[in-house]
Design a protein. Sequence first.
Length: 206
Amino acid sequence: MIGFSDLTVLQIYLWQKCSWVTFYGPMVTSGLNRGADDARGYDEHSFLQAVGNCESGWEIPLLGKAVSRGVAEGRLLGGCLALIQTTLGTAWELDTAGSILVLEDRAVRPYQVDRALMHLKQAGKLKSVRGIVLGDFPDSSAPVKGSPSVYEVCERILTPLNIPIVFGAAIGHTQRPLLTLPLGVQARLISTGEPRLEILEPAVVP
Protein backbone atom coordinates (compact mmCIF):
# COMPACT_ATOMS: atom_id res chain seq x y z
CA MET A 1 0.00 0.00 0.00
CA ILE A 2 1.32 3.40 -0.97
CA GLY A 3 -0.17 6.86 -0.55
CA PHE A 4 -0.43 9.81 1.84
CA SER A 5 -2.92 12.24 3.40
CA ASP A 6 -6.24 10.50 4.23
CA LEU A 7 -4.61 7.08 3.78
CA THR A 8 -2.72 7.78 7.02
CA VAL A 9 -5.60 6.34 9.04
CA LEU A 10 -5.60 3.11 7.05
CA GLN A 11 -1.81 2.87 7.21
CA ILE A 12 -1.89 3.29 10.98
CA TYR A 13 -4.63 0.66 11.29
CA LEU A 14 -2.66 -1.85 9.19
CA TRP A 15 0.46 -1.22 11.28
CA GLN A 16 -1.25 -1.40 14.68
CA LYS A 17 -3.42 -4.42 13.87
CA CYS A 18 -1.37 -6.35 11.31
CA SER A 19 2.22 -4.99 11.54
CA TRP A 20 2.11 -4.22 7.81
CA VAL A 21 4.83 -2.07 6.34
CA THR A 22 3.28 0.54 4.01
CA PHE A 23 4.70 3.40 1.98
CA TYR A 24 4.10 7.10 2.56
CA GLY A 25 4.47 8.36 -0.97
CA PRO A 26 2.82 9.27 -4.26
CA MET A 27 -0.60 8.20 -5.49
CA VAL A 28 -1.88 7.69 -9.03
CA THR A 29 -3.46 11.15 -9.27
CA SER A 30 -1.21 12.87 -6.71
CA GLY A 31 2.38 12.52 -7.81
CA LEU A 32 2.65 9.56 -10.16
CA ASN A 33 0.48 11.30 -12.75
CA ARG A 34 2.96 14.19 -13.02
CA GLY A 35 5.97 11.96 -13.55
CA ALA A 36 9.34 11.43 -11.97
CA ASP A 37 11.10 14.45 -10.49
CA ASP A 38 8.44 16.93 -11.66
CA ALA A 39 7.74 19.75 -9.19
CA ARG A 40 4.30 18.22 -8.52
CA GLY A 41 5.43 14.69 -9.25
CA TYR A 42 7.47 12.18 -7.28
CA ASP A 43 11.08 11.52 -6.39
CA GLU A 44 12.00 8.50 -8.51
CA HIS A 45 15.06 7.42 -6.52
CA SER A 46 13.35 7.15 -3.13
CA PHE A 47 10.30 5.51 -4.73
CA LEU A 48 12.30 2.77 -6.45
CA GLN A 49 14.49 2.21 -3.38
CA ALA A 50 11.51 1.94 -1.04
CA VAL A 51 9.47 -0.51 -3.11
CA GLY A 52 12.31 -2.44 -4.72
CA ASN A 53 15.41 -2.50 -2.54
CA CYS A 54 15.67 -5.75 -0.60
CA GLU A 55 18.74 -4.61 1.33
CA SER A 56 19.26 -2.16 4.18
CA GLY A 57 21.57 0.81 4.49
CA TRP A 58 20.23 3.14 1.82
CA GLU A 59 19.50 6.81 2.47
CA ILE A 60 16.73 9.31 1.76
CA PRO A 61 17.88 12.96 1.60
CA LEU A 62 15.04 14.85 3.31
CA LEU A 63 15.69 18.23 1.64
CA GLY A 64 14.77 20.03 4.86
CA LYS A 65 16.63 21.84 7.64
CA ALA A 66 17.50 20.87 11.18
CA VAL A 67 15.43 22.27 14.02
CA SER A 68 17.42 20.21 16.54
CA ARG A 69 20.64 18.49 15.53
CA GLY A 70 21.59 14.93 16.36
CA VAL A 71 21.28 11.29 15.38
CA ALA A 72 18.59 8.85 16.52
CA GLU A 73 17.29 5.40 15.61
CA GLY A 74 13.71 4.21 15.76
CA ARG A 75 10.82 2.76 13.83
CA LEU A 76 9.62 5.09 11.07
CA LEU A 77 5.93 5.84 11.67
CA GLY A 78 3.44 8.65 11.16
CA GLY A 79 1.85 10.56 8.31
CA CYS A 80 -0.63 13.41 8.09
CA LEU A 81 -0.77 15.33 11.38
CA ALA A 82 -4.55 15.84 11.42
CA LEU A 83 -5.19 12.16 10.75
CA ILE A 84 -2.72 10.96 13.38
CA GLN A 85 -4.51 13.18 15.88
CA THR A 86 -7.88 11.66 15.00
CA THR A 87 -6.66 8.16 15.93
CA LEU A 88 -6.30 9.18 19.57
CA GLY A 89 -8.78 7.30 21.68
CA THR A 90 -9.52 4.70 19.00
CA ALA A 91 -8.69 1.00 19.07
CA TRP A 92 -5.91 1.62 16.51
CA GLU A 93 -4.34 4.69 18.12
CA LEU A 94 -0.77 4.99 16.88
CA ASP A 95 1.85 3.70 19.31
CA THR A 96 4.66 6.24 18.88
CA ALA A 97 7.05 4.88 21.54
CA GLY A 98 10.56 4.51 20.18
CA SER A 99 9.64 5.94 16.80
CA ILE A 100 11.05 8.34 14.26
CA LEU A 101 7.76 10.21 13.90
CA VAL A 102 6.70 11.70 10.56
CA LEU A 103 4.30 14.68 10.75
CA GLU A 104 3.06 16.73 7.80
CA ASP A 105 -0.06 18.51 6.54
CA ARG A 106 -1.23 21.35 4.30
CA ALA A 107 -3.50 24.38 4.49
CA VAL A 108 -3.40 24.48 8.28
CA ARG A 109 -2.85 27.69 10.21
CA PRO A 110 0.01 27.82 12.71
CA TYR A 111 -2.49 27.89 15.60
CA GLN A 112 -4.03 24.65 14.28
CA VAL A 113 -0.59 23.02 14.20
CA ASP A 114 -0.04 24.32 17.75
CA ARG A 115 -3.30 22.72 18.87
CA ALA A 116 -2.54 19.38 17.21
CA LEU A 117 1.02 19.16 18.55
CA MET A 118 -0.06 20.11 22.05
CA HIS A 119 -2.78 17.46 21.89
CA LEU A 120 -0.21 14.82 20.93
CA LYS A 121 2.17 16.05 23.60
CA GLN A 122 -0.43 16.09 26.37
CA ALA A 123 -1.66 12.64 25.28
CA GLY A 124 1.87 11.32 25.85
CA LYS A 125 2.50 10.63 22.18
CA LEU A 126 5.74 12.61 22.06
CA LYS A 127 7.19 11.37 25.34
CA SER A 128 9.21 8.44 23.97
CA VAL A 129 9.67 9.58 20.38
CA ARG A 130 13.33 9.43 19.32
CA GLY A 131 13.23 11.82 16.36
CA ILE A 132 10.77 13.82 14.27
CA VAL A 133 10.57 14.50 10.53
CA LEU A 134 8.28 17.43 9.66
CA GLY A 135 6.96 18.29 6.20
CA ASP A 136 7.05 21.75 4.68
CA PHE A 137 3.37 22.54 5.46
CA PRO A 138 2.44 24.35 2.23
CA ASP A 139 -0.40 26.90 2.18
CA SER A 140 -0.10 27.33 5.94
CA SER A 141 0.88 30.96 6.37
CA ALA A 142 0.10 32.88 9.54
CA PRO A 143 -3.28 34.69 9.40
CA VAL A 144 -1.89 37.85 11.01
CA LYS A 145 1.34 39.52 9.96
CA GLY A 146 3.99 39.08 12.60
CA SER A 147 2.32 36.13 14.33
CA PRO A 148 4.24 32.83 14.68
CA SER A 149 4.83 30.68 11.60
CA VAL A 150 4.35 26.90 11.49
CA TYR A 151 8.12 26.52 11.79
CA GLU A 152 8.19 28.71 14.90
CA VAL A 153 5.30 26.78 16.46
CA CYS A 154 7.10 23.46 15.83
CA GLU A 155 10.36 24.86 17.17
CA ARG A 156 8.74 26.11 20.38
CA ILE A 157 6.80 22.95 21.17
CA LEU A 158 9.20 20.27 19.95
CA THR A 159 12.71 21.59 20.70
CA PRO A 160 12.34 20.90 24.46
CA LEU A 161 12.10 17.18 23.61
CA ASN A 162 15.88 17.26 22.99
CA ILE A 163 15.72 14.89 20.02
CA PRO A 164 16.78 15.28 16.36
CA ILE A 165 14.11 17.22 14.43
CA VAL A 166 14.01 18.12 10.74
CA PHE A 167 11.56 20.63 9.24
CA GLY A 168 10.65 21.07 5.58
CA ALA A 169 11.11 17.53 4.28
CA ALA A 170 9.61 16.91 0.83
CA ILE A 171 6.96 14.51 2.07
CA GLY A 172 3.19 14.23 1.79
CA HIS A 173 1.53 17.51 0.86
CA THR A 174 4.58 19.07 -0.71
CA GLN A 175 4.96 21.12 -3.87
CA ARG A 176 8.27 19.43 -4.67
CA PRO A 177 8.99 15.92 -6.01
CA LEU A 178 7.39 13.72 -3.36
CA LEU A 179 9.67 11.43 -1.38
CA THR A 180 8.60 7.86 -0.57
CA LEU A 181 9.10 6.71 3.03
CA PRO A 182 8.72 3.06 4.10
CA LEU A 183 6.61 3.19 7.26
CA GLY A 184 7.19 0.47 9.83
CA VAL A 185 10.90 -0.15 9.26
CA GLN A 186 13.82 0.71 11.50
CA ALA A 187 15.53 3.92 10.44
CA ARG A 188 18.19 6.36 11.56
CA LEU A 189 17.44 10.08 11.47
CA ILE A 190 20.52 12.24 10.93
CA SER A 191 19.87 15.96 11.35
CA THR A 192 23.49 17.07 11.23
CA GLY A 193 24.87 18.25 7.90
CA GLU A 194 22.38 17.46 5.15
CA PRO A 195 19.34 16.00 6.98
CA ARG A 196 18.60 12.46 5.89
CA LEU A 197 17.08 9.13 6.83
CA GLU A 198 19.07 5.94 6.69
CA ILE A 199 16.85 2.90 6.21
CA LEU A 200 18.18 0.13 8.46
CA GLU A 201 15.99 -2.72 7.22
CA PRO A 202 14.30 -3.38 3.88
CA ALA A 203 10.59 -2.79 3.44
CA VAL A 204 10.31 -5.58 0.87
CA VAL A 205 11.72 -9.09 0.49
CA PRO A 206 12.62 -11.04 -2.66
